[in-house]
Design a protein around this ligand. Structure first.
Ligand SMILES: Nc1ncnc2c1ncn2[C@@H]1O[C@H](COP(=O)(O)OP(=O)(O)OP(=O)(O)O)[C@@H](O)[C@H]1O
Length: 238
């Protein structure tokens, strides 16, 4: 599937009776990259989960290449091109790397696993290791690779760098940039590391208490220290 556009209009969502996201509207053109920023607990994970159909929706539209998927179940959204790499790095701990990847190929030939190994050569070295034997960085690579083997047209990455060593973060960000440059996916990245988020994205959205408080280009945000301090935190930019 080629990259798809994402248009969200008036999205309100939450958990049970709790409304977390209120009236969000934004657009991400096909093949572009959006970083989603904001302090802890502001609704970033809830937004990605809502795009994947894992929360309760109170209203609004979610259009992928123009067609509304807001009422579709998670499994149907996955079929229609949404792929989520969750913050929890969901992998099967008792399966090998290769078995985990086989789960992600969705009916494509087994040989496509090589695409994952090309993206993350470390996974090839570890292909017979069990999920629980992997480092945090390798688990993130596996979780990402498994989602990507399903060829999503809109990829959602939830804090992929959390808790990882700088050298692994660089490796992952380079892989995400290569994916974005391929033009095959539209990518939404939730990331606390501001420099990485700005380097990666064309545009940025800041959430505060479940609302969008700022949208603009990475360049504009990078040069506006007051804005960064107000919504993200003092000393976030180096
Ligand atoms: N399963 C849940 N049930 C009820 N409330 C929840 C649930 N998950 C998150 N929340 C609440 O929703 C709000 C937004 O949380 P969310 O995890 O989306 O924020 P976040 O910006 O991703 O934060 P972080 O950077 O810490 O991951 C918080 O007030 C949180 O307590």
């Amino acid at each position: 599937m080629p990259a798809a556009s994402l248009d969200v209009r008036g999205l309100s969502a939450g958990y049970g009776p709790t409304v977390v996201l209120e009236d969000l509207s934004f657009s991400v053109p096909a093949g572009s990259r959006l970083s989603i920023l904001g302090r802890n607990g502001m609704g970033k994970t809830t937004l990605l989960a809502s795009l994947m159909g894992m929360t309760r929706r109170y209203g609004g539209e979610i259009r992928v290449d123009g067609s509304d998927i807001a009422s579709a179940k998670s499994s149907e959204r996955a079929m229609r091109g949404i792929g989520l790499v969750p913050q929890t790095r969901d992998i099967f701990r008792s399966l090998t790397v290769e078995e985990n990847l086989l789960v992600g190929i969705k009916g494509r030939p087994r040989s496509v696993i090589e695409e994952a190994y090309e993206m993350f050569p470390r996974l090839k070295e570890r292909r017979r290791n069990l999920g629980w034997q992997l480092s945090g960085g390798e688990q993130q690579m596996l979780s990402t690779a498994r989602t990507i083997l399903g060829r999503p047209s809109v990829l959602l990455l939830d804090e992929p760098l959390e808790g990882l060593a700088p050298v692994i973060c660089d490796e992952l960000m380079a892989a995400f940039s290569r994916l974005a440059a391929s033009g095959e996916m539209t990518i939404l990245l939730v990331e606390q590391r501001l420099e990485s988020a700005l380097d990666f994205a064309d545009s940025v959205m800041i959430l505060e208490r479940g609302r969008i408080v700022w949208q603009g280009t990475s360049e504009t945000l990078r040069s506006d220290h007051e804005l960064v301090e107000r919504y993200i935190g003092v000393g976030s930019l180096h």
